[in-house]
Design a protein around this ligand. Structure first.
Ligand code: C2E
Ligand code: CA
Ligand code: CA
Ligand code: CA
Length: 273
């Protein structure tokens, strides 16, 4: 009785009510967003030691007709809850593949890779592997230029199924990067079982690198770990020259962050204003 009393009190709390309304409205708008063409992709450079762009990460943006640009931090969690992330993620994949094809004819851009974020819900879809292969086929994109960014949370459940799907995609040349490395809860044992190509050092560690010994130790060990496991490594969220120098001195060779370029519409990648 006490429990239901508290619930009904919540229900009539005007602030809570308003919050629920706002959320329901956002969800309704999100359902329309694909059909209304409100999504776009910004691309952020990934660079080598010479600061040359070797690839980009595709980052989703939602241009809401009334509210303006809404950041993925706000709507991706909602899209994951109601599974809208599946059609939205497919749209991102398709758009990124078309971008690869647009670059393929240009010798200056043909070698760029595109990293696409894949939510666990999307990866676990029955037809995920077929979907990716069909998209590559339909667009004519080179699978070797497509990198899928997955997170540790994907490996917690049914790691054997995940492994099998990864292997099938890797047979075509698709590569895998482990995003937000070190922030999840899973054990490191998946590193030996799953066919990853790259670890992405989370920006929280990079951010604290120069002030916090523990972060520095985690980053240094991660780089050594990738060397021993023959994995590539990229540091994300690199904002300062000091962070870059430190990472370089510790063996990191690939970087992403505001220091090299913010996520921008595709044209601004090559002709920065
Ligand atoms: P993420 O995959 O970890 O992406 C990196 C985030 O850090 C991006 O935020 C990027 O704009 C931001 N960032 C890049 N460089 C710097 C830097 O130097 N300093 C700081 N402070 N931040 C930097 P964004 O674009 O807001 O995306 C947030 C998250 O939304 C992403 O985190 C990813 O988890 C998710 N997301 C974005 N696009 C997609 C998508 O197409 N599909 C899925 N499933 N998730 C996406
Ligand atoms: Ca990412
Ligand atoms: Ca990340
Ligand atoms: Ca993140």
């Amino acid at each position: 009785a006490k429990q239901s009393g508290r619930n009904s009190q919540c229900f009539f709390d005007p602030a809570m009510q308003a919050q629920l309304h706002a959320r329901a409205r956002l969800e309704g708008d999100l359902r329309q967003a694909l059909a209304n063409n409100e999504f776009l992709i910004h691309y952020q450079p990934q660079v080598d030691v010479e600061r040359r762009m070797i690839g980009v990460e595709a980052l989703l943006r939602w241009q809401h007709p009334q509210r303006g640009m809404i950041s993925p931090g706000e709507f991706i969690p909602l899209a994951e809850e109601n599974r809208l992330i599946v059609p939205i993620g497919n749209w991102v994949l398709e758009t990124a593949c078309r971008q690869l094809v647009a670059w393929a004819g240009d010798p200056a851009r043909a070698d760029l890779t595109v990293s696409v974020n894949v939510s666990p819900q999307q990866f676990r879809e029955e037809q995920f592997v077929e979907r990716v292969l069909a998209t590559l086929d339909r667009t004519g994109a080179d699978p070797a230029r497509l990198k899928l960014e997955v997170t540790e949370s994907l490996f917690v459940k049914d790691p054997d199924d995940v492994r099998e799907s990864m292997i099938r995609l890797k047979e075509y040349g698709v590569t895998f990067s482990l995003d937000d490395f070190g922030t999840g809860y899973s054990s490191l044992s998946y590193l030996k079982r799953l066919p990853l190509d790259q670890l992405k050092i989370d920006q929280s560690f990079v951010h604290d690198l120069l002030e916090d010994e523990a972060s520095a130790a985690i980053v240094a060990s991660t780089i050594v770990l990738t060397e021993s496991l023959h994995l590539a490594v990229i540091a994300e969220g690199v904002e300062t020259e000091e962070q870059r120098s430190w990472l370089l001195a510790h063996g990191c060779r690939t970087f992403q962050g505001y220091l090299f370029g913010r996520p921008v519409p595709v044209d601004a990648l090559f002709f920065p204003c």
